[in-house]
Design a protein around this ligand. Structure first.
Ligand code: GDP
Ligand code: MG
Length: 176
């Protein structure tokens, strides 16, 4: 039996839990409830074969470096999240990628998608991290085609995140 562990990392408040809730439950809430750590286990029957996926939702802050280290060491795939209206959260994603590379020598074999969340804020003009900067950083750090702009709030490209991860993992596409 093999379980595939997807670890979701990023600063606090960027929308990690919201992305997971949108994908797994189809829900969104405006109220912010900080996460310590949540593991969501799902079994999918894909053409008769069972695919077991565990999504690990993590705390965004730096209070728990040992938990972060452990979550990175146990991951089969990564989802790195920042918020498009928060430059510091983009800096945090860059630092996380450096930590992943340092801890996981096989990082090139590990599926990884980087998302700028809260794309719905683009219309109100509060977006601070430009698409060009994000794409430049991703392509110059071995993350070609890994960057996406999404919105958990408006359900923009949330399913695509998980499809991309499955493609990179060479697993068959799954339904909710
Ligand atoms: P986490 O700390 O990374 O898990 O962030 P949460 O998922 O708890 O979300 C933090 C806050 O951002 C909450 O108030 C959410 O309602 C809000 N939020 C999450 N995703 C979006 C989004 O796509 N657009 C907007 N405008 N707000 C969002
Ligand atoms: Mg959370």
């Amino acid at each position: 039996e093999q379980r595939h562990r997807l670890v979701v990392l990023g600063a606090g408040g960027v929308g990690k839990s919201s992305i997971i809730a949108r994908f797994l439950k189809g829900t969104f809430t405006d109220t912010y409830k900080p996460t310590v750590e949540d593991l969501h286990c799902r079994d999918y029957d894909v053409n008769g074969s069972l695919i077991k996926v565990d999504v690990l939702d993590t705390a965004g802050n730096l209070e728990f470096p040992a938990m972060r280290r452990l979550s990175i060491s146990t991951a089969h795939a990564f989802l790195l999240v920042f918020a498009l209206d928060n430059e510091d959260s983009f800096t945090e994603v860059k630092a996380l990628w450096e930590q992943i590379k340092e801890q996981r020598t096989n990082f090139k074999d590990l599926p990884c998608v980087v998302v700028g969340n809260k794309a719905d804020l683009q219309s109100s003009g509060v977006v601070l991290v430009s698409r060009a900067d994000s794409m430049d950083w991703a392509s110059s750090h071995g993350l070609q085609n890994a960057f996406m702009e999404v919105s958990a709030k408006e359900d923009q490209s949330i399913v695509t995140i998980f499809q991309r991860l499955l493609e990179q993992a060479k697993l068959p596409a799954m339904r909710k």
